[in-house]
Design a binder for this molecule. Structure first.
Ligand SMILES: [Zn+2]
Length: 138
């Protein structure tokens, strides 16, 4: 299944491909201070793929905090965070903000509350390598 979406104003577009049935696409409600403030709901599929297309690169904001091991991609114009990306061994992995998908309503899993505060940087990278989606940003 292919899902399309993006930020609110359309500067950032996303395309998520996954072989998972819509009802099995995992959703996570991260309890960190950033995600709570945005009300973001994250998804990923290590066997899928994600493409983030940037209209005007001047309007792409990259935000890091905490351990700084991933970067949130937000639109500077409309404020929507579309993905979090992480570079591992020369490849890009990402978690997608499912709320940025046009067909968000098809994903019927209840968002699972998660809290990664106790992780070391190493734990965190290992988890992303396992669970995040291979991605391309451009
Ligand atoms: Zn926007």
């Amino acid at each position: 299944m292919r899902y399309e979406g993006g930020c609110h104003c359309g500067n950032l577009k996303v395309r998520f491909e996954t072989a998972l049935d819509a009802g099995r696409v995992p959703l996570r409600a991260c309890g960190c201070t950033f995600c709570r403030r945005h009300g973001a709901t994250w998804t990923s599929d290590p066997a899928g793929s994600l493409e983030v297309r940037v209209g005007d690169p001047q309007l792409l904001s990259r935000y890091r905090f905490g351990l700084g091991t991933s970067e949130f991609l937000l639109c500077r114009r409309c404020g929507v965070p579309v993905a979090a990306v992480c570079e591992l061994d020369g490849a890009t992995y990402a978690a997608l903000n499912a709320n940025a998908l046009d067909d968000r309503g098809r994903l019927t899993q209840a968002p699972l509350p998660v809290d990664y505060d106790g992780e070391t940087a190493e734990d965190r990278l290992a988890r992303r390598r396992r669970a995040w989606t291979p991605a391309r940003v451009g």
